[in-house]
Every structure is written in structure tokens, then in C-alpha cells.
Design a protein around this ligand. Structure first.
Ligand code: KG4
Ligand code: ZN
Length: 339
């Protein structure tokens, strides 16, 4: 069974071909146009997707050594994401499904991030806890089954990836900044400065206070001081960003009596987060799961993985399916236009 999976919800155009649920190609084209603008510009993102999607598709087919005529179904991200960007992928998917007369399978981007944990050989068994940390989301998800997920905690304001990016911007490091803070932090001291760590009740998170604290701290320093102590500052900021993720994950694991913890989303690529969670899980005798780096940030292989579960149960979408920029985890997405 060959599946052609498309991801275009934000600023990465990605196509993956999966053979019996296993990715045999996964091409990601990241849009550099946003770098100099310090954040994703939605109108530019959709135009870039439109420019790139055919080339990305050709490359994915070439690597997989298959042709469009071999495909059995088309999988595509329906939401959440940027309206224009989602529409490029969905329209491309509909054109292909219609032309080839094969089914289309709509996929929830956030559920696909969770199911990216099922791409490697060593996958978790249901139920488990998943910490979803991306540019747009920070949440703890109780994963009961591939189609049964419950959000037990989420951010009240900024997502952790967004906070990473905003702090990096204030430090003049460029966009997207999570990876850059991660790299700098590796050579710095976490004790250099104590930034406030938000403490919300239950399993929720908040990052707006930290963002403001970083802004005021940096305002008081000279550019030379910041440059000289970049590694230490990044390390201290990173600790404040990661601490709530560690604390709340542990609390949720214990409260729900689980023994498997997974992380996914762009911030799951963070070296320190991976190391710390792995250490906690070892100590507590829990099994820790994390996707390969290429499946942490936005990619079509995870869309294909989510669609593979749907394919096995013949859960196809109507060709009238519309994109849903604010789609929630667990929400029914197969609504035609007008709903
Ligand atoms: O999942 P993703 O690719 O896109 C969304 O759906 O949002 O996540 C992108 C986010 C960005 O905020 C980026 O800065 C962050 O993931 N990120 C990282 C790292 N690599 C990417 N944050 C911290 N450390 C990293 N190594
Ligand atoms: Zn994502």
C-alpha cells in the first residue's frame, strides 16, 4: 500500500511516501523567506508552498522510486495551521485524489505530531502520556488510542517554541530561534541568572511572564555584555523554559499512573529536554519515547503515519472536506464546506 502524504500547515512544505505505513521518503523544504523578517508571514508562507509543492513532490517520488500512478491514497493536513498554507496542501491533495480516483485522508496536525512517536521501530503502546511542544502548542496529552486523545494541560498564553523564538529574537539570534538557543546553551551555565519559572496549578503552562522578564533583563545589559555571556544567558533562559515541562510531565505521569512518556513537536528536538526527560524516566523506571530528529519538526511522514491508522479502518474523508485552521485534538474534521 502506497500513501502520498502532504504537510503544509505552517512554513515547511513536506511530502512523504509511505509503504505499508513505513516512510520510504520524507522531503522537507523549509522556507527561508521568513528568516530575515523574524517570524512567519502567512501570506508569504502560502505563496512559497504554492511555488515549492510540485518540486517537493517530484523529489519525494524520486527518492522513493515510485510514480504517482502507484499511489493508493492521499493524506493531507487539514488543521490546525495557517489558513492559506493549509489550503495549498488541501487543494493539491484534492486535485491528485480526483485525478487519480483514489481516496483522500484528512489528518489533524497535532494528532500527527503525537503519532510521530509510532514511526520508529520502538513505539509506545496505548495508553501513554505525550508532551507536545511545538511553535504553536504546548500540551500534555493522554493518548488512549490513535483516535482517542485527551488534552489534560496546555499553555495559557505562548507556546514554548514561540517563547524560544521570541527570546532568540530579543537576543538577536535570528529565526527560528529554538535550535540556536539550544546550541548556545550547551556551552553555558544554567545558574548564570535565575529567570522566573511560571508555576500554574494543575497541568497548565504559562510563558508570557518569562518573556517579559527576559526583555527587562536584556534591556539592562549592554550589547557587549550580552554577546560575551550569550551561552550563559541562553542556558539560563532555557532552564526556565524547560523546567515547567519537566515538572508537569512528572506530575501527570504520577497522577495518571502511567509508565510510558513520549515527547513530540519541534521543541522535542531540544538536546537538554531529551536528556533531562530521559534521565527522569530512567530514575522512575518509565519508558521514554522520542521521535528521530527529522520527525520532530513539521514533516509529512507523521501525517502519513496518522493516515495509515485511518486507512486500515477505511476512515476516508469526503472530497468536500475543508481546511480547519483552529482544529483541536480529538475534534471531528470531516465537515464539508459551510460548517
Ligand atoms: O513542530 P514545529 O516544527 O512547528 C509547529 O507546528 O509549530 O515546531 C517549531 C518550533 C519552533 O518554535 C522552533 O524554534 C522549535 O520548534 N525548535 C526548537 C528546537 N528545534 C526547533 N526549540 C528548542 N530546541 C530545539 N532544538
Ligand atoms: Zn507542527
Amino acid at each position: 500500500m502506497l500513501l502520498f502524504a502532504i504537510e503544509s500547515s505552517c512554513d515547511d512544505t513536506s511530502i512523504s511516501i509511505l509503504e505499508n505505513g513505513v516512510p520510504i521518503s520524507n522531503v522537507v523544504s523549509s522556507q527561508i523567506v521568513h528568516e530575515k523578517l523574524g517570524g512567519v508571514v502567512p501570506e508569504l508562507a502560502s505563496r512559497e508552498h504554492q511555488k515549492n509543492i510540485v518540486f517537493v513532490a517530484r523529489e519525494a517520488l524520486k527518492i522513493a522510486g515510485v510514480s504517482m500512478q502507484n499511489m493508493d491514497a492521499i493524506a493531507v493536513t487539514i488543521g490546525p495551521g495557517l489558513p492559506g498554507s493549509l489550503m495549498v496542501g488541501a487543494s493539491f491533495a484534492k486535485g491528485l485524489a480526483l485525478g487519480l480516483n483514489i481516496p483522500i485522508i484528512g489528518v489533524n496536525h497535532m494528532e500527527a505530531h503525537v503519532l510521530s512517536l509510532h514511526i520508529p521501530k520502538n513505539k509506545p503502546t496505548f495508553p501513554y502520556l505525550c508532551l507536545v511542544v511545538s511553535g504553536g502548542h504546548t500540551m500534555l496529552v493522554l493518548v488512549k488510542n490513535w483516535d482517542s486523545m485527551e488534552i489534560i494541560g496546555s499553555t495559557q498564553d505562548d507556546a514554548v517554541g514561540e517563547a524560544f523564538d521570541k527570546c532568540a529574537k530579543m537576543l538577536g539570534l535570528g529565526y527560528p530561534g529554538g535550535k540556536l538557543i539550544d546550541q548556545w546553551a550547551q556551552n553555558g551555565s544554567v545558574d548564570f541568572y535565575s529567570f522566573p519559572v511560571a508555576k500554574l496549578p494543575g497541568f497548565d503552562f504559562s510563558y508570557s511572564g518569562l518573556k517579559t522578564a527576559v526583555l527587562y533583563y536584556l534591556k539592562k545589559q549592554s550589547p557587549e555584555f550580552i554577546q560575551t555571556h550569550m551561552a550563559d544567558i541562553c542556558s539560563s533562559i532555557q532552564r526556565a523554559l524547560l523546567q515547567p515541562l519537566l515538572d508537569k510531565s512528572m506530575l501527570a505521569m504520577e497522577t495518571y499512573g502511567l509508565n510510558q512518556l513520549g515527547i513530540c513537536g519541534g521543541v522535542a528536538a531540544n538536546q537538554s529536554l531529551r536528556k533531562k526527560l530521559n534521565h527522569i524516566c530512567e530514575k522512575k523506571n518509565w519508558t521514554f519515547f522520542v521521535p528521530d530528529f527529522q520527525y520532530c519538526t513539521d514533516n509529512a511522514a507523521m501525517i502519513g503515519q496518522a493516515a495509515w491508522y485511518k486507512w486500515k479502518e477505511r476512515k476516508f474523508s469526503p472530497l468536500t472536506i475543508s481546511t480547519q485552521p483552529r482544529l483541536l485534538v480529538g475534534q471531528n474534521m470531516n465537515l464539508p464546506m459551510g460548517f
